[in-house]
Design a protein around this ligand. Structure first.
Ligand SMILES: C[S@@+](CC[C@H](N)C(=O)[O-])C[C@H]1O[C@@H](n2cnc3c(N)ncnc32)[C@H](O)[C@@H]1O
Length: 274
């Protein structure tokens, strides 16, 4: 998934969003350093963790997103800058020549890997880079089956205002966000088109932007099997960033996994305790 078109607007759109930062910080502070974020983007999570003293590596395949992260990092104190390493690589094939005590994929990054070979390649790359007693955190979300069924009944994707989606851009101008989503149950993919309109004081449209996103949705046990097949054991499944128990449909899913010894890979018993 190419985020080049998104880089200019990403930080303004998510300026008010930090629900997940304390969650990753608490895991990072317990982990053996360094910590690796896959798909670190503009550093929304990575930079606050480094500010709090965590030695951070961030990996992303989009140079425009990383450029933003580097610009924000350059205005941080020297101690923070020394703690951060940013690399432009793909999460399905990365090689960093070192091991990490914690590797995490926040904000549904794993869902950008729409093909099974990409998902397995990513998990194998993670396996090569995780310390023996390290932890892997993967956040994806449950597909909302009601929305899925409704979208299948509509002839065309409906353009709708995203609840809570409007925001102010970096110059304080109002941006309205509408999107059209198409669910493809055969591919298990959501294709979303986002239309951003920047509105002037007289109501005129000053700027229009367009971003296309594709996300593969995962079911709970599908994730458990993928992880197990790649040599991980799922220790916990959380339903949110505040320690919520996973209870079913339409929720965040955060898988907490660790490496399994190679000889036990084929055993899928006790893959997850719910
Ligand atoms: C939703 S953004 C999240 C950025 C950041 N982690 C955050 O929470 O704000 C997803 C990021 O994943 C990156 N990404 C998508 N596919 C990738 C891949 N195959 N390899 C590396 N990065 C990827 C994108 O470039 C983008 O920066």
């Amino acid at each position: 998934m190419d985020y080049s078109d998104y880089a200019a607007i990403y930080d303004a759109e998510y300026a008010g969003y930090d629900d997940d930062v304390a969650f990753y910080l608490s895991w990072a502070q317990k982990a053996h350093p360094p910590v690796l974020e896959l798909g670190c983007g503009t550093g929304r999570i990575l930079l606050p963790l480094a500010d709090h003293g965590v030695e951070m590596w961030g990996l992303d395949n989009c140079s425009a997103m990383l450029e933003r992260a580097r610009a924000k990092l350059s205005s941080r104190p020297l101690e923070t800058r020394r703690r951060v390493t940013l690399v432009e690589q793909d999460m399905t094939s990365f090689r960093l020549n070192r091991k990490f005590g914690l590797i995490y994929l926040p904000f549904r990054e794993f869902m950008h890997l729409t093909r099974v070979d990409q998902q397995l390649a990513c998990l194998h790359a993670i396996r090569r880079h995780l310390c023996r007693d390290g932890r892997l955190l993967i956040n994806v979300y449950d597909v909302d089956l009601v929305t899925l069924v409704h979208s299948r009944q509509a002839a065309d994707p409906v353009l709708y205002r995203q609840p809570g989606g409007d925001y102010l851009d970096e110059q304080g101008r109002q941006v309205l966000l509408c999107s059209a989503s198409r669910y493809d149950p055969e591919q298990q993919c959501l294709f979303e088109e986002r239309f951003y309109e920047t509105i002037g004081p007289g109501g005129q449209i000053l700027e229009r932007r367009f971003v296309r996103l594709s996300q593969r949705w995962f079911f709970r046990w599908e994730m458990v099997h993928l992880l197990s097949r790649s040599g991980f054991k799922v220790e916990q499944l959380l339903g949110g960033y505040f320690g919520e128990r996973y209870s079913g449909l339409g929720q965040e899913m955060i898988f907490v996994a660790r490496l399994r010894p190679r000889r036990s890979w084929s055993s899928v018993g006790s893959m997850v305790r719910s």
